[in-house]
Design a protein around this ligand. Sequence first.
Ligand code: PPS
Length: 293
Amino acid sequence: MELPARPKMFDFHGISMSRNFTDNWDNVQNFKARPDDILIVTYPKAGTTWAGYILDLLHFGQTCPERQASVPLQDRVPFLEFCKPPRPKGTDLADQLPTTPRLIKTHLPVQLIPKSFWEQNCRIVYVARNAKDDVVSFYHFARMNHGLPEPGDWSTFLQDFMEGKVVFGSWYDHVNSWWEKKESYKNLHYMFYEDMIEDTRREIDRLCSFLGLVRSAEEKERVITEVKFDNMKQNKMTNNSHVQSMNQRLSPFMRKGKAGDWKNHFTVAQNERFDEDYKQKMKNPTLQFRMEV
Ligand code: PPS
């Protein structure tokens, strides 16, 4: 099967983007959020799919098991800004969602979030992942996904990531500005991929209290089992195996699912350069990432 030509990257309101995330911009900006919508926000590769599935199961695991078995997660948790025919637009999928609440995913930086989410005081779940594992995951994803601009080789991609020249812009700006946002916007739950790896149960408990959900120990246990990496990797509804632009033989979407895999990719010199640059960009002492668990 022939893979589609890769899109180009360009500057969009100061953020590197490609057309499949900007072509539907008027509808994205004018999207009408509802007060009970839940927005899942991440920088790419931080654990969006994992968090989306957890939220979907917590809300609808008991009431709509047939949805879990037959509707791919990307249709249950639409990607708001995504626009690449023949797939339906993310805004249309979100508008057509039959569920309450609606679960919606986005990678947008805080300044580009459609204003109705703020006006409606929607709950927002932000997931952040340490930069080193994020860039490794992003690199492999960009290699296998022809929906993204050409990544070049590893060292080129690493440099581009450090300079924010990858789609959705700078990881550093993304995680920092969302972290600062939680000071003024109280309906924001900021969580870390590494914490989910360390103790999924604890993170699910925290999510339940943020969302005001009461779930039995058995229900939570079922969610914990379903969202284990190996189970999501086997599950055709969560592993993106049907997505045509992805060559999963090159690198699977559910690739490693670990904290610390960056050590298998960074050279000593790359690591030193990265750490030096990181210190300059990550000045807020209250925002700390764990590079391994
Ligand atoms: S995307 O394309 O931005 O929506 O990708 P995203 O879902 O944010 O991130 C994909 C990475 O998350 C890993 N993943 C998981 N890790 C642990 N447990 C579970 N259940 C899980 N589900 C997804 C996935 O494997 C990608 O990380 P890497 O490091 O590439 O394996």
